[in-house]
Design a protein around this ligand. Structure first.
Ligand SMILES: [Zn+2]
Length: 154
């Protein structure tokens, strides 16, 4: 929980009802600290956010199925934490959202001039600059600009 007062941000402990710990920050620096925490750090909440972050990272960086990714995340969860994680459906939606943001497919071109190759498809895995891409056109995608069965080499 935080609130800005000019350049200073006031932070309250997440358990502010029971705990009086407060800090003031200016930029990245703690400028004032009042009261210590009256409780141990919430280890399970921290573990939960780490597991969720790991699931999001794997959704973006791997082709693994969502069950596999979630299963792996659960395996790393300390005792008692798995129950605090979001429900399976919600985790699956998180994975889908992450993937959609990375893999947003380019718009179907109707003219050669509209053909845009995203940067990540213009490099080989070894980072080489120029690669050749073959585009096969289906009958249904025929347009004035493409001849049927034509193969472009870019
Ligand atoms: Zn506290």
């Amino acid at each position: 929980m935080h609130r800005r007062v000019g350049e200073i941000t006031h932070w309250q402990c997440e358990q502010r009802g029971e705990c009086k710990a407060r800090i003031h920050t200016k930029g990245m620096e703690i400028v004032k600290r009042t009261n210590g925490h009256l409780h141990a750090p919430d280890v399970q909440a921290t573990a939960c956010s780490e597991i969720k972050a790991g699931i999001k990272r794997k959704a973006r960086d791997t082709q693994d199925g969502s069950h596999h990714i979630i299963g792996e995340g659960m395996l790393t969860a300390p005792e008692g934490t798995a129950a605090k994680l979001p429900k399976l459906d919600s985790l699956k939606r998180t994975i889908q959202r992450q993937r959609a943001s990375v893999l947003s497919a380019p718009v179907q071109p109707t003219a050669l001039s509209e053909l845009v190759l995203p940067a990540e498809y213009q490099r080989t895995a070894k980072g080489a600059g120029l690669i050749k891409i073959m585009i096969f056109l289906k009958k249904s995608k025929k347009s004035d600009f493409f001849d049927l069965n034509q193969i472009f080499l870019i």
